[in-house]
Design a protein around this ligand. Structure first.
Ligand code: HEC
Ligand code: HEC
Length: 370
């Protein structure tokens, strides 16, 4: 009897929690016009990059980007006015936070490691498991996530509506001063879309060929390794044809299980499977860009790899070969694992460093407007 009652109580609790979760994830639409007005902004597309994804209802404008930039650095987005998006996405760390797992409001630990923010205009799925299908949708999630900014959209709207600064910014961007969640999402998405990284040594030598050779020839050997079976990175992170981004953003290869988790650990973070319900997607995570890796450490969805040396050790012989590990990486690492020489490891590291884009890390267009 007692057990039965306990189960009922637990059942209700689970339902309440499930509903509160749904409510938090819901994106509230409004009847107000939300197409940006103002001065059209032309996103400079780096040579060789494909066309970016810019939704028809959210064309880039100078004014909406300006609003989005303010919102990205706005602490009033958090329940206790203590944190903004930029608290976990720091420009000098390629817009990650340097922590293993991100620290949210009131010191709460989030479930995963913060992701980099650049070249997102060329991507279609967001978060490690790809659960957000647009930047507009994504932007409202951390505001409401109880481990991140833990706020209500109504509270944010009420706070910003009172501020003459935002009255002006919203009027310039959307034609009137009304603050709505949809407008907030659109403006933040605009700011994120203009954050581009395409100016590393790798770009000059390989993509643009404006420089004859890498300063350090070791980086050239590392590049050859990266893009051949020796290093075996290109299967997932891009080959010569997609080298402009060095990550796979094709429709067929955006998520992969590269062996970060053991079979048992995979039960705690099923990654892409949590979105699709397909067990073949067990612990597949979004294949991140390798650009700026020197500054975006620690690595992986769980921040488990602290630096470039450990990263190389991991791909050499540290990964878990499980039934769900990508066959591309499992077959080569299978029995013998890789056995790179000390020189080869140094080459790969030199190449990874040639992917650092200092102009992106310090571009004042991406820094706080306050
Ligand atoms: C508490 C730290 C924290 C805050 C605050 C935060 N983020 Fe994040 N961000 C993360 C983490 C952790 C992830 C990965 C979460 C996951 O995959 O489940 C992430 C992922 C993202 C991504 C996905 C990138 C990609 O390549 O898929 C974007 C975009 C992003 N955040 C933007 C924002 C914006 C905009 C805000 C403010 C509205 C914000 N973040 C606030 C920690 C944070
Ligand atoms: C089978 C596909 C696959 C191959 C092959 C592969 N990677 Fe990855 N890589 C991934 C995935 C998936 C992740 C994210 C995994 C996670 O978060 O758990 C990742 C993450 C990374 C990261 C971390 C980036 C970040 O922001 O956290 C770096 C750096 C990286 N890989 C470099 C390499 C290098 C160098 C090689 C070759 C030695 C390589 N990868 C081979 C799929 C692959």
């Amino acid at each position: 009897m007692i057990n039965k009652r306990l189960f009922t109580v637990l059942g209700i609790l689970v339902l309440v929690l499930a509903f509160s979760q749904c409510r938090k994830d819901r994106v509230v639409d409004s009847d107000l016009p939300s197409t940006p007005i103002g001065t059209p902004y032309t996103l400079e597309i780096p040579t060789g990059f494909p066309a970016p994804y810019i939704p028809a209802g959210n064309p880039l404008t100078v004014e909406a980007i300006k609003l989005g930039r303010h919102l990205f650095f706005e602490k009033r987005l958090s329940a206790d006015n203590s944190m903004s998006c930029s608290s976990c996405h720091l420009q000098l760390a390629a817009f990650t936070d340097g922590k293993i797992l991100s620290e949210g409001i009131r010191g709460l630990e989030t479930r995963r490691h913060a992701m980099t923010i650049f070249n997102l205009a060329w991507q279609e799925h967001f978060f490690w498991d790809g659960r957000a299908m647009s930047l507009e949708e994504q932007a409202l999630m951390p505001i409401q996530d109880e481990f991140e900014l833990d706020n209500e959209l109504d509270t944010v709207v009420a706070r910003l509506s009172k501020d003459p600064l935002y009255q002006k910014l919203f009027t310039d961007a959307f034609g009137d001063q009304t603050v709505t969640p949809v407008r907030i999402g659109k403006a933040i998405a605009q700011f994120e879309r203009i954050i581009v990284s395409a100016n590393s040594e790798f770009d000059s030598v390989i993509r643009l060929k404006t420089k004859l050779e890498f300063k350090d020839l070791s980086a050239r050997r590392g590049y050859d390794m990266f893009s051949s079976e020796t290093g075996d990175c290109f299967h997932c992170h891009g080959d010569l044809e997609t080298a402009y981004q060095l990550s796979a953003f094709g429709k067929d290869l955006q998520f992969s299980n590269n062996g970060v988790l053991s079979s048992v650990q995979q039960l705690n973070d099923r990654g892409r499977e949590e979105v699709t319900g397909d067990t073949n997607h067990r612990s597949q995570f979004k294949i991140p860009s390798v650009r700026n890796a020197e500054f975006s450490l620690p690595f992986m969805h769980n921040g488990s790899i602290p630096d470039l040396d450990s990263l190389i050790k991991f791909y050499e012989k540290g990964l878990h070969i499980t039934p769900k590990t990508d066959p591309n990486i499992a077959k080569i690492n299978g029995l013998g694992r890789k056995n790179w020489s000390i020189a080869q490891k140094a080459d790969l590291k030199a190449f990874m460093k040639s992917l650092t884009d200092y102009s992106f890390l310090t571009d004042t267009n991406y820094s706080s407007p306050f």
